[in-house]
Each structure stands twice: as structure tokens, then as C-alpha cells.
Write a protein that binds this ligand. Structure first.
Ligand code: CA
Length: 512
């Protein structure tokens, strides 16, 4: 990955046997699985093991050249302290504007643009989930066919809303997350809520006056922003079917307005793209994530908004990130988010090393430092011009660090709250991840995975390791695919199979 690295990874499918002579004459002393590291030189005990030109650990004992450098041979370094960091010190690389790229999107009254036209039914509490699911099935079967311009109906289910310490300071995170998801550009501003009645998270607390407004066809505000709420405990409801009828009647009014919308040509700058990875392997930082990073730079050059996230997977690269911040204030905001997360992990008596999975390690990633160095490259090379706390809504263009846990579902949920209208997801081990609220383009890090999961993976970045494509080739392919998917011309595999994961709210506050 870098000329000064003292390890490299085996790219070959199936790995390589002991005794293999590499092109430069190095002989493998051990059998080395695919994606795992080989010592390129003798590594004395205690010396730094360098990948991406970063120490991913110290050699636990003498490691002769040609050896398999696995996790048990590495002592993981401590996380860098959050003091004395380079703050906004790196000059921005030249990034000439990229003009002339557009997609067909649904323009909203608030100026945002949807890539899908979806009726979302907001819920205040988990208690109503079964009823909402029943209603959604009936809406899909009986109403949706009458509104051909509406793509889908989605119940925004979650486990929050009651049985929680709703006045705890950190309760603001799940509450604003749910609020901001209801306002995601893919839902056209057509907010409707199903509430139980006795829950702690009352509809007015979730969506206070002023959050939404009633608008006419041209987007002009026409009335007071009374929330459209179906309350299951309302005395008017006699019997289950009365609740379902009430939800369906309310849904019909919103579907009629959504159905009148049409796609229009919008500049690529209206894209709000969230990038993340899941089921990573040692190829993630070699193929898929660099290609995503290249596409991230293209998006920034086109004036779009791009978010990268996953705090535990960038924590070890904090010095790179603070250096790339556009101003000292942005760098300080990033440090604040990292410090908050360090404290959050500490409360649970773990640190960022709790992140790695058995699959990561099988895929060659020895520890969180190595994983982070591969993960961070998704952010490309643009200056970081924004920082969001979990659940906040994005209001700026360019590259933003949206602080979220690395958990795929929580990260995706928080990026939706930020206003994401397109999601890019890289995977090496393979995950069938998807979201009902927004299209997810999945990028495979290895050709073997892309071959076996040919009807789940949208892009094969493994061709970079095979020598059949460059990072730039795959980055451009991904960028063009983003415009096609955003326009609805191409459906992702997850959309075609209707695969999606549940929303998972990040609730760092106590439950009761
Ligand atoms: Ca993730």
C-alpha cells in the first residue's frame, strides 16, 4: 500500500502455500491465506509493523521475512491521545469543479431532492409497530397500485418511545434522529404519525410546531402545521379495523399528493451520499474503499454532499482527519465527537478495539488500527468542511464527518436522519444489507465475493486487485451508477429483492 510498508497482503484467491517464490524473490515461510499479511523484511521484536505507512502494531517477537504476520504476532498500539493534534494544517489538494452531471430526482418544497418517492409512516413508540405493519401490508396491496408514481410505503419502526429516560441529556440523540428521518428528502415532506397515546415520546415532542408545514402544490406554506396523527387509544376507535381504516384514510391523502409529483432534472450537487462499510476484510482498504474515496472526491467536485462516519473505524486516524479539516473549528468539532465516543465506550469498560469481528480477522484484518486505516480512505482526499453529531440534519455541501457508531444499521439510520438520499456500502466478507428508505449500492472488495454473490453486489471493486481495472475506473463506474440509481433508471440488487434491515436508533441514554 505504500513504498515504506514492511508488510503486504496476499491477493491470490485461496491464498498461497509455504515455499511460494514471489516475483521479487521473497520465499513464503508459511502458508498465507488470502488477504493476510506477509513480512517483506525481517521484523525484529518490538519494531513497528507498517501498512498504509502507519504502524498497525509492534512485532510481538522476531518475525523473519516471508512469515505470515497474523494478529497474535502484533501488539496493538494505544489510541492516539486527543491533544496536540495537527488542526487544519493540510493544504487542500486541487479539486477542479466537475460540471455537467445530473440526475432525475423529486424536488421537495424545502429545496431538498429525493431519489425515491416514498410514503413514510412515522411511529412514536414500538407499541404501535404491529398495527402499523398490518396497515402497511394493506396499503401496499390495496392502495399503492392506484398511485403508480409512488415507489413504496414504509413504516418507520423502532424500539424507542417509552420505557426510556426521556429527559436524560443523551435522549436528544434518538429523538432528533427519529424527527429528522421523518423529514428525509425521499419522503416528500408528507409526514404522518401513528401514536399509541400514553407513550413518553408524544407526537408534539417528536415533531414540535414549526418542524413541518402544510404546503400547496407549488411549495408555498398554506396553513398551520398541524401534525397528521392517528392515535390508537383515541376513543373514536372501536375495534382493530377502525384503527386500520383510520391509518389507511390518512395514508390515502398523502399518497394522492405524492403521486402528483414527477422527477425533474437536478444537478449532481443535490445528492446527499452516505458512505459506510460492513463485513470488512484486508481488501477493503485496497480496492472498494479507495474506489469509494475516488467517487467521494468526484461528488465533492460536483458540489454534492458526502458523509463518512463510523467513529471507532476512524479513531485511529484522527490526526489525518484533524489535519484535513478546513478550519480549526471543524477540527475541534471532530475531536469533540471522538472524545465523547471514547467516554461512551469507557462507560461500558471497552475501547475502540471492541469493534473488530471474527470475520474481519479471518479476512486478514489483525486489529482496529489496520481496519481503520482501510476504512478511512472512503473519505477520499477533500478537505473536511462539516461535522455532525449523531442524529443531526446535514445543512452543508462538501465532505462531512457525521459521527455515528460503526454498527451498519445504526450508521445507516443516522445517515438517513442527516438527509441521505443515496447510500454506498462496501463489504469484503459479504452482507446482504439494505434500507427500505433509500437505495443502497453495495460494492464488493473481492472478485470471489462478487462472483458468488452476483445478484447481491452492485459493483465489483475486486477487479482492482485482479489488475483488470484501476481505482479511477471503478470510482467513475460507481459515480455514474450513483446517478442512474438516484434517477430510478437502475434499481440496486437490494431493491430488486426488497431486502432491507430495520432502523436502529442510537440510544446512549438509560432505559427504565
Ligand atoms: Ca459499518
Amino acid at each position: 500500500m505504500h513504498d515504506l510498508d514492511n508488510v503486504a497482503i496476499v491477493a491470490n484467491d485461496g491464498g498461497l502455500p509455504a515455499g511460494t517464490v514471489l516475483a521479487d524473490g521473497l520465499v513464503l515461510r508459511d502458508a498465507v491465506p488470502q488477504g493476510h499479511k506477509v513480512a517483506l523484511v525481517d521484523l525484529p521484536a518490538g519494531s513497528p509493523v507498517l501498512r498504509y505507512h502507519v504502524s498497525i502494531g509492534l512485532a510481538a517477537k522476531d518475525i523473519p521475512a516471508g512469515s505470515w504476520v497474523h494478529e497474535r504476532l502484533l501488539q496493538m498500539p494505544e489510541a492516539r491521545e486527543l491533544t496536540g493534534l495537527p488542526m487544519a494544517t493540510r493544504a487542500a489538494p486541487p479539486m477542479p469543479p466537475l460540471a455537467g452531471y445530473s440526475f432525475e430526482g423529486f424536488r421537495n418544497a424545502d429545496g431538498s431532492v429525493g431519489t425515491r418517492n416514498i410514503l413514510a409512516i412515522t411511529t412514536t413508540v414500538q407499541c404501535v409497530a404491529g398495527v402499523v405493519d398490518f396497515a402497511v401490508q394493506r396499503i401496499k396491496a390495496e392502495l399503492l397500485p392506484r398511485y403508480p408514481n409512488v415507489d413504496d410505503v414504509v413504516g418507520l419502526e423502532h424500539t424507542y418511545g417509552c420505557g426510556v429516560a426521556i429527559d436524560a441529556p443523551d435522549a436528544i440523540i434518538p429523538i432528533r434522529t427519529l424527527r429528522n428521518i421523518s423529514l428525509n428528502p425521499n419522503f416528500g415532506g408528507e409526514v404522518m404519525v401513528v401514536s399509541l397515546g400514553c407513550e413518553k415520546l408524544q407526537p408534539e415532542r417528536l415533531l414540535p410546531p414549526g418542524t413541518i408545514s402544510i404546503r400547496d402544490e407549488r411549495g408555498a406554506v398554506t396553513g398551520p402545521d398541524t401534525l397528521d396523527v392517528v392515535c390508537l387509544q383515541a376513543e373514536a376507535h372501536v375495534g382493530f379495523m377502525s384503527m386500520i381504516d383510520s391509518i389507511m384514510t390518512t395514508a390515502r391523502a398523502h399518497l394522492e399528493r405524492l403521486d402528483r409529483r414527477r422527477r425533474e432534472t437536478c444537478p449532481a450537487s443535490e445528492l446527499v451520499v452516505g458512505v459506510q462499510c460492513g463485513g470488512s476484510d484486508a481488501f477493503s482498504g485496497v480496492t472498494a474503499n479507495p474506489a469509494v474515496g475516488f467517487a467521494t472526491d468526484l461528488l465533492v467536485r460536483a458540489g454534492a454532499s458526502v458523509m463518512f462516519s463510523e467513529t471507532t473505524e476512524v479513531r485511529d486516524g484522527i490526526a489525518q482527519l484533524t489535519a484535513r479539516a478546513s478550519t480549526p473549528e471543524i477540527a475541534e468539532a471532530m475531536v469533540r465527537e471522538m472524545a465523547w465516543y471514547d467516554a461512551y465506550l469507557q462507560k461500558g469498560r471497552v475501547d475502540r478495539s471492541a469493534n473488530t469481528t471474527p470475520g474481519n480477522k479471518k479476512g486478514g484484518l489483525s486489529n482496529i488500527v489496520e481496519k481503520a486505516m482501510g476504512s478511512i480512505v472512503k473519505s477520499g482526499s477533500a478537505p473536511i468542511t462539516g461535522v455532525l453529531s449523531p442524529g443531526e440534519k446535514l445543512a452543508t455541501k462538501g465532505l462531512t464527518y457525521a459521527a455515528t457508531p460503526a454498527s451498519d444499521f445504526i450508521c445507516g439510520t443516522l445517515q438517513l436522519a442527516a438527509g441521505m438520499n443515496l447510500h454506498i456500502f462496501t463489504t469484503g466478507r459479504g452482507t446482504p444489507y439494505g434500507l427500505a428508505e433509500c437505495p443502497v449500492i453495495k460494492v464488493a472488495t473481492r472478485s470471489d465475493l462478487a462472483r458468488r454473490w452476483h445478484d447481491l453486489m452492485d459493483v465489483n471493486a475486486g477487479r482492482i486487485a485482479d489488475g483488470d481495472a484501476t481505482i479511477e475506473d471503478v470510482g467513475w463506474e460507481l459515480f455514474r451508477l450513483m446517478l442512474d440509481v438516484a434517477s430510478g433508471r437502475t434499481k440496486t440488487w437490494a431493491e430488486r429483492w426488497k431486502l432491507h434491515n430495520a432502523l436502529v436508533l442510537f440510544n446512549p441514554a438509560p432505559v427504565t
